[in-house]
Design a protein around this ligand. Structure first.
Ligand SMILES: *Cc1c(COP(=O)(O)O)cnc(C)c1O
Length: 390
């Protein structure tokens, strides 16, 4: 058991919005694996060593993957983590995809318990909208020049008190922009796992979308650009009505979508708690205008209401030589042979969801209440870990 304080620390003003800024928790935890020793016993390290830890892991050839989850101070005064078993499984899949050694589930859960127990006073109060964000990651950390897996791996878990990612939550719907000029995932690639390499190429597209007033990018299937996949860091869910008037939770099924714990939990709770229908299937872009409500789901936000989705529809132009002043012709000139597209036409297609997301708000409340232990019968789901609490 921990000897650290468990009541919310006075070092943080819990009455102010927490946002997602770094709050200097007491510690992070680090485990190291080598072929000779296997995983070591792990150490809780004070937070000023974290920059050093990250700096020692620079040339890893993309052998890096991560997870995200949250711990809550629940109504019974205990602290529990939302469905970490699913994150442990997903980390195994991510590590496998990048030829990395992965902490087994028991070690993952032990590490979680140790680092959260050491930072109980950084878990926001029950009546705040905040939680303790937990960011496990594994990275190749051995000296490795040749293109092969690292001889050493580090498994680190950072924790940090956070508020809702987008302040306003479901109340203020955001605009999304379809990213047609970038695929976040390849058809048979690594889109279904949380490997770091999936994220760096998306940062620029997100920044460009933000600059045009869009909060998020929505990606279509990389093969045909005709079916909805997901947002850059959250899954897609739309709401339709069945003939009996009941809501249907519709979410895409695809091999290149990240298997979100939030999306899965929303679908399961929609069915089990609210009696909705659930459909996990292809979602053609042309169907999106038929949805009454659309949300983005993920651990950080739970749900973000999407108010509008814009798509720049392009009519291709002609390809011409970039440089018209032709060479002497004496030999081949690569630079003079570059091409560019001219006279392409862009038209903006806009799909709007005018209504307030009333149905998704009910589902959102159910998720939040389950996470805080307010939803009657929350225990029966077995989603909050550990059962006895920290
Ligand atoms: C992490 C992530 C999600 C959301 O997953 P959760 O388990 O619900 O947090 C969705 N899409 C992408 C691309 C992600 O990286």
């Amino acid at each position: 058991m921990t000897s650290q304080p468990r009541e919310p620390t006075s070092a943080i003003d819990w009455s102010q919005p927490l946002g997602f800024k770094y709050r200097h928790p007491r510690s992070h935890i680090k485990y190291v694996w080598t072929k000779e020793t296997g995983w070591d016993n792990g150490k809780l390290l004070s937070n000023h060593t974290i920059t050093m830890d990250i700096a020692s892991t620079s040339l890893h050839y993309g052998q890096a993957c991560f997870e995200g989850m949250k711990a809550f101070r629940m109504k019974d005064g205990k602290i529990r983590i939302f469905r970490p078993d699913l994150n442990a499984q997903r980390l195994l899949q991510s590590c496998k995809a990048a030829s990395m050694e992965c902490p087994p589930t028991e070690l993952f859960l032990e590490a979680l318990q140790r680092v959260v127990s050491d930072n109980l006073d950084h878990v926001p109060p029950t009546d705040s909208a905040g939680s303790l964000y937990i960011r496990p990651f594994v990275v190749g950390s051995g000296p490795q020049l040749g293109l092969s897996p690292s001889p050493e791996f580090s498994f680190i878990i950072l924790v940090n008190a956070v508020g809702p990612y987008y302040v306003g939550g479901l109340g203020s719907p955001v605009k999304a922009l379809i990213a047609d000029s970038l695929d976040r995932a390849a058809p048979h690639g690594t889109g279904n796992v949380k490997v770091s390499g999936n994220y760096a190429p998306v940062f620029a597209a997100t920044a460009a979308a933000n600059a045009k007033g869009f909060a998020v990018n929505l990606f279509l299937d990389p093969q045909t650009h005709s079916k909805v996949e997901e947002f850059a860091t959250s899954n897609f869910a739309g709401l339709k009505r069945a003939a009996d008037g009941k809501p249907i939770y519709v979410t895409p099924r695809s091999e290149s979508i990240l298997k979100g714990v939030t999306n899965r939990s929303c679908a399961e709770l929609a069915s089990r708690h609210l009696g909705w229908h659930v459909e996990r299937r292809d979602v053609p872009w042309s169907e999106v205008k038929e949805f009454e409500e659309v949300v983005a789901t993920g651990t950080a936000v739970v749900m973000t209401a999407i108010g509008e989705i814009h798509r720049e529809v392009k009519t291709p132009g002609k390809r011409v030589k970039k440089n018209s002043n032709t060479s002497s012709g004496a030999y081949y000139d690569w630079d003079l042979d570059e091409e560019e597209e001219v006279d392409a036409k862009l038209e903006m297609e806009v799909v709007k969801f005018d209504k307030e997301p009333v149905e998704f708000k009910k589902l959102y409340s159910a998720v939040i209440e389950l996470q805080k232990g307010i939803l009657p019968g929350w225990e029966a789901y077995g989603w909050m870990w550990p059962q006895e609490g920290l």
